[in-house]
Design a protein around this ligand. Structure first.
Ligand code: PEP
Length: 251
């Protein structure tokens, strides 16, 4: 399976800054991406077209939105539609990111609606899941993964997921904290997640890329990518500077 290296730029960068970082990335990738790697960049909404323009001729670098609303259009102030994302040049969208779940209060039901709506309207989806420290310490890791995956998969067309859907396991306690999950924790959570996905989606579950995210840096990327069931990385802080993201892409 191809390894997907994804960049979540969160609420950082003005348009000139985003364009500059995108050009630096494009320059560093001019000689080609390493074999078996592809890249997805998730800039803020206002920067999607800027970044997409830079990579328009590079089929292995895609651009995505960090959020989407599960209606075609309407009175949903502050939200963004699938059509708007696609028009700006996005082919992917993140759903269920921990900052949306825990800072902005999104529940599993809304995450599921966003996931299903985006897939049904031709966006590829990267669904984020993961437990808080409290949940891990209370021994609830498997329950949380089961609940988040099962709710998001309910009603998804399993036969249409290949190449269009990825799951990112991001333990909330490792996001932006500098605390990367250890190899045993990543192996365990990814094995559990893979088993749940295969249970709910059938054979196709083996082909759904399972990314790890949470304080990925150039110096831990290669080790993480070498673990079983780790089909890529979702990178926040270390994706903001082109140099460190390129090191991760090439790790
Ligand atoms: C993220 O935003 O998805 C993320 C994993 O952030 P960081 O790499 O900064 O922990």
């Amino acid at each position: 399976m191809q390894k997907i290296i994804a960049a979540n730029w969160k609420m950082y960068k003005t348009r000139p800054e985003a364009a500059q970082t995108a050009r630096e990335l494009a320059g560093a990738l001019a000689s080609g991406l390493p074999d078996g790697r592809s890249v997805v960049i998730f800039p803020s909404f206002t920067n999607i077209s800027e970044v997409a323009d830079v990579f328009v001729a590079n089929a292995r670098v895609a651009v995505g939105g960090q959020n989407v609303y599960p209606e075609a259009e309407g009175a949903f102030t502050g939200e963004v539609s699938v059509a708007m994302l696609k028009d700006a040049g996005a082919s992917w969208v993140l759903t269920g990111h921990s900052e949306r779940r825990h800072v902005l209060g999104e529940g599993d039901g809304l995450v599921a609606r966003k996931t299903a709506f985006a897939l049904a309207h031709s966006l590829n989806v990267m669904l984020c899941i993961g437990e808080t420290l409290q949940e891990r310490e209370a021994g609830k890791l498997n329950d949380v993964l089961l609940r988040q995956v099962t709710t998001a998969f309910a009603g998804l067309p399993a036969d249409q997921l290949e190449g269009r859907f990825a799951v990112a396991y991001e333990p909330v306690w490792a996001i932006g904290t500098g605390k990367v999950a250890g190899p045993a924790e990543v192996l365990d959570a990814h094995a559990v997640t893979r088993a749940i996905i295969c249970d709910v989606a059938g054979q196709i579950g083996k082909k759904i890329p399972l990314l790890y995210g949470g304080s990925v840096k150039p110096d831990n990327a290669a080790a993480l990518l070498g673990l079983d069931n780790v089909d890529g990385l979702l990178v926040g802080g270390a994706s903001l500077a082109a140099q460190s993201f390129i090191q991760i892409v090439k790790a």
